[in-house]
Design a protein around this ligand. Structure first.
Ligand SMILES: NC(=O)c1ccc[n+]([C@@H]2O[C@H](COP(=O)([O-])OP(=O)(O)OC[C@H]3O[C@@H](n4cnc5c(N)ncnc54)[C@H](O)[C@@H]3O)[C@@H](O)[C@H]2O)c1
Ligand SMILES: N[C@@H](CCO)C(=O)O
Ligand code: NA
Length: 446
């Protein structure tokens, strides 16, 4: 570690005005993995430019790692490495947390904020779980807390929502915010392959983790949905308030049927504000192929924002990867440094209104239902009666013959309450003419 300052030194937001040249800001990096190593590289390589852009000399004073002897892809000065994260934090003006996980990342961030040091993190799991408390701690201590990298990696989305759109009313955010699941669904769509086969390929290519649960069950996207909903609606939405359904149940048949009807299946993180309140949810959904999000291929991310005055906006790019994610981290670092150099922090967002969350049963949606039925006279009438009894209106229906003499029905509904739609599906499943409900997917984007 190169810093010689005493651990009790507190960052002083106004020191930049002392007139002794550009302010020197001591930057501590926690973690030197995929993203951390790229952040260290940029801090060292682009030091002069970063100083010119931020108005402060950003001095990397140390990198906290588990093992200082580990060989890394990026060549970095050995003297920067330390295993003593706490001492490093206690000397820093700015702490960049890129360890991941809830603990000790959360403890380290609290330690930094309590000292008044500003924090930049890419840790969506932590921010979704503890963001409100950490934000309050930052405000109490005159520190800044930024996490642009936590949602959709390189794509600038949190600052546009919190700053650029601060004078508008966001009504809906639809995001493809998990690259692994988009890669899987896109490959299923273009090759017709089954979920399991494509997952194995995604793991071989390094897109999916050895344990892909957080991605394929939607948990990673749900953390991002909680963050998006909180910022878009100036409130606090916790991860456990996000209805979450992943993509493990999506079959090759679902994807083929969707394709035949002009749709593509995407895993969407949805934050929506209606007269009834706010809803935040993650589930696979059908999108018309003409929707801007339908063209997001491979592991790319995109976020579609609807605002009352701005209209529709689309943000697209790399949602993961070392250098792309480091770009988002560095944007936050420069922004934080500018505010420190200019004399003080400003809040990133205003969490002013308490959230009224709409129960998932009451969200307004459309269903696309696949049924395997016995093809006999009166079958369609009985099915139509179930819809009518539940007050659910059918928009379109398509029937095809299966090899075994039964028929495959695909029914698209008009908008209705989730509860009415799901009880319709239950009642359909109980009809003796219905052999099975083969799929139930929601339709989004219009
Ligand atoms: N990789 C991406 O594309 C990506 C994209 C967006 C956000 N993020 C987020 O950025 C953060 C970092 O991700 P990553 O991909 O670089 O992870 P990584 O696993 O590659 O790196 C994390 C590093 O931190 C180290 N570490 C963990 N606990 C430690 C401790 N207590 N002390 C010292 N070192 C410790 C690990 O050994 C590892 O080297 C995570 O919060 C992740 O969710 C990553
Ligand atoms: N596992 C995540 C990484 C970025 O958060 C993804 O697949 O998008
Ligand atoms: Na981002």
């Amino acid at each position: 570690m190169s810093a010689k300052d005493s651990p009790s030194d507190k960052p002083s937001p106004n020191a930049a005005r002392s007139g002794a040249g550009p302010r020197r800001l001591k930057v501590a990096l926690l973690g030197c993995g995929t993203v951390g190593a790229q952040v260290a590289r940029i801090l060292l390589q682009d030091a002069a430019e970063l100083a010119a852009r931020s108005g402060a000399q950003l001095e990397l004073i140390g990198i906290a790692v588990r093992n200082t002897a580990t060989r890394r892809d990026v060549q970095l000065p050995a003297e920067l490495f330390t295993t003593d994260a706490a001492s490093l934090i206690d000397q820093a003006d700015v702490v960049i947390e890129l360890l991941g996980g809830l603990d000790p990342a959360g403890t380290y961030i609290q330690r930094a904020l309590r000292r008044g040091a500003s924090v930049i993190t890419g840790n969506k799991a932590l921010i979704a779980a503890e963001g409100a408390g950490l934000g309050a701690l930052a405000a109490e201590n005159g520190a800044q807390l930024r996490y642009e990298a936590a949602v959709a990696g390189a794509i600038p989305i949190l600052r546009p929502i919190a700053d650029s759109l601060a004078g508008d009313h966001i009504t809906k955010v639809l995001g493809i915010v998990n690259g692994t699941t988009n890669f899987i669904l896109d490959a299923m769509d273009s090759t017709g392959a089954a979920f399991g086969d494509v997952l194995a390929e995604a793991q071989q290519l390094g897109y999916a983790e050895a344990d892909p649960t957080a991605d394929v069950e939607g948990h990673d996207a749900a953390a991002k949905a909680a963050i998006l909903a909180s910022l878009a609606f100036h409130t606090e939405v916790a991860m456990d308030q996000v209805h979450c359904q992943g993509i493990t149940q999506i079959t090759a048949q679902d994807v083929a049927d969707a394709k035949a009807s002009g749709y593509v299946i995407k895993l969407l993180a949805i934050a929506e504000r209606t007269a009834a309140g706010i809803s935040a949810r993650v589930h696979p959904a059908l999108l018309e192929r003409s929707h801007p999000l339908a063209s997001v291929r491979g592991a790319f991310n995109a976020v579609f924002v609807e605002a009352e005055n701005a209209g529709d906006l689309m943000f697209y790019g790399a949602g993961a990867g070392g250098a792309p994610t480091a770009s988002a981290v560095m944007g936050d670092v420069v922004s934080v440094a500018r505010r420190l150099a200019a004399g003080g922090p400003l809040p990133l967002s205003s969490h002013t209104s308490p959230a009224t969350l709409v129960d998932f049963a009451h969200i307004d949606t459309r269903y696309w239902i696949g049924l395997s039925v016995s093809d006999q006279p009166g079958m369609l009438a009985r099915i139509a009666t179930v819809f009518a009894e539940h007050g659910v209106s059918i928009e379109a229906m398509n029937q095809s013959a299966a090899d075994d003499g039964s028929a495959h029905l695909r029914i698209l509904t008009h908008r209705g309450a989730e509860a009415a739609l799901s009880s319709t599906v239950q009642a359909l499943g109980a009809l003796d003419t219905v052999a099975s409900v083969t799929s139930v997917l929601r339709v989004e984007g219009n």
